[in-house]
Write a protein that binds this ligand. Structure first.
Ligand code: PLP
Length: 504
């Protein structure tokens, strides 16, 4: 069977539609990980993912009669775009059935490649059922996303290119796994020619259907799948891919959402390309492999398998990268509500970079602080911050692994104090450097009480900060003189309608 698959890969027709993508070295990551890291750039395909390879090769096998009737698939993802382009290049009609909830951007991308889009049902299974009805009615040929020998052979050309382009030492290839088409093709080719190279599958931990199948010794269907990496959100590994690769894959690594987000950032830093989360999946696995095994001096290759991400998702991805690298700790700290206690708290945090700060007066006795601080990867530094805070008698909750806190509470912190009090509110621009906050606090008179503080690191040169203060009567006339002395730009916001409505 291995030899048959390799023959099919060697004969696959992909280059009328796909390009041979380069392997790019990743110098930053290589230095950080003490291994040579290489990235196969499937994000550079005309449809921004490798999926064009399998779709085109499958279509190239169709008879003239089948071509005349047209092709169909149920997919809201990269397969839909690959098939649409393949059909357009061959002058064949393509119909893509998508669930009604599919984001408009994906519908448009498929239409732009000339395919007809049919929106049907709320879930993928309903879209698939409707595709079957249309096949009955019109005689279209179904082109599956992964469970097909010609699709696997098309994807296997990725493996063929890797060995041709990189003839030297190669210790392991990390491959993202959804339904298994890509890894089956890559594993077959690579193991046939260079069995010493490890082929390691990488799955999102909440859609790890290959890992489950290998453990059970047969294909199993996951009860639920997470959709954060939608390209690989598959409940059951494909039958044909599993049969080909089950004895070829050396191991499977699973990674979580934050680790995938961190890998999106790593790819960006080394190549300036923005991968989708599935596209960065195999790099997240590579990093975990290095971390867990402590390997050094090896040559490791991952595949950036796609770059079809919605622009507005990037904010969320960026927010979670620090967590993915265990470089951010999220803490809830309760401090006494009196002048100077905020400053004392900041002293304990020290010169660590603060990524987020939410502080709101709660009652005359105490205030809750929601804070994100940069810590050294590995967790020990986080424990040290927590220990120091506890030693200073501040109650601390570690929220670093709390999904509710990371997704929602960080945006909802604050609110109105429980009783009326006199508060002056100013907005500042702080230069984004360690110590800027301490400098600010040091310049404020000791008897001014901070009653509100909100800061968010936007990755820009200046941080935006909102501060509420209780200022003693005698100082009221000189507030801005103090601020002028500090030298940061500021705006008075006490009369801002948004503050009045939601915070005052
Ligand atoms: C970007 C990306 N990476 C990886 C995969 C997984 O490929 P396969 O389903 O062949 O395992 C997909 C599948 O659509 C994908 O779109």
């Amino acid at each position: 069977m291995l030899e048959d698959t390799v023959k099919k890969i060697l004969q696959a027709r992909v280059y009328e539609a796909a390009r041979e993508t380069p392997i790019t070295p990743a110098p930053f990551l290589s230095r950080r990980l003490n291994n040579q890291v290489l990235i196969k750039r499937e994000d550079l395909q005309p449809v921004f993912s490798f999926k064009i390879r399998g779709a085109y090769n499958r279509m190239a096998q169709l008879s003239d009669a089948q071509k005349a009737k047209g092709v169909i698939a149920a997919s809201a993802g990269n397969h839909a775009q690959g098939l649409a382009l393949a059909a357009k290049l061959m002058g064949v009609k393509a119909v893509i059935v998508m669930p009604r909830i599919t984001p408009e951007i994906k519908v448009q991308a498929v239409r732009a490649r000339g395919a007809r889009v049919v929106l049907r049902g709320d879930a993928f299974s309903e879209a698939l059922a409707h595709a079957r009805e249309l096949i009955e009615e019109h005689g279209y040929t179904y082109v599956p996303p992964f469970d097909d020998l010609d699709v696997i052979a098309g994807q296997g050309t990725v493996g063929m290119e890797i060995l041709r382009q990189h003839a030297g030492r190669l210790d392991a290839i990390f491959v993202p796994v959804g339904g298994g088409g890509l890894i089956a093709g890559v594993a077959a080719y690579v193991k046939y020619l260079r069995p010493e190279i490890k082929v390691i599958g990488v799955e999102a931990e909440d859609s790890a259907c290959l890992k489950a199948a290998l453990e059970a010794g047969k294909r199993v269907t996951l009860k639920e799948v997470g959709v954060f990496a939608e390209g690989v959100a598959v409940a059951q590994i494909g039958e044909a891919p599993f049969a080909i690769m089950r004895d070829l894959v050396d191991e499977v690594i699973t990674v979580n959402t934050d680790e995938m987000c961190a890998a999106v950032k790593d790819i960006f830093e080394d190549t300036r390309a923005v991968a989708e989360t599935s596209g960065a999946l195999s790099l997240a696995g590579l990093k975990k492999y290095v971390q867990q095994r402590g390997v050094e001096g090896q040559t490791l290759l991952c595949i950036n398998s796609g770059a079809n991400t919605n622009f507005d998702r990037l904010q969320h991805i960026a927010e979670r990268t620090e967590l993915g690298e265990q470089r951010e700790a999220i803490l809830a700290v309760t401090i006494p509500e009196r002048p100077g206690s905020f400053k004392r708290f900041c002293k304990i945090i020290g010169r660590r970079m603060v990524t987020e700060f939410n502080y709101r007066y709660a009652d005359p006795d105490q205030a809750h602080i929601f804070v994100g601080v940069q810590v050294k990867p590995g967790g020990e530094d986080r424990e040290e911050v927590i220990r120091k805070l506890r030693e200073a008698d501040y109650p601390v909750e570690d929220l670093t692994d709390n999904e509710l806190a990371k997704l929602h509470i960080r945006h909802l912190g604050g609110g109105r104090p429980r009783q009326r009090f006199d508060e002056q509110v100013y907005r500042f621009e702080f230069p984004e450097r360690p110590g800027a906050l301490m400098n600010f606090l040091t310049h404020l008179p000791a008897d001014w009480n901070i009653s509100l503080f909100h800061y968010r690191n936007h990755g820009a040169a200046y941080g935006r900060v909102l501060v509420g203060m209780q200022i003693p009567d005698g100082d009221r006339g000189h507030v801005e003189e103090h601020f002028d002395e500090i030298g940061y730009r500021y705006w008075k916001e006490s009369d801002n309608v948004a503050y009045r409505l939601f915070m005052a």
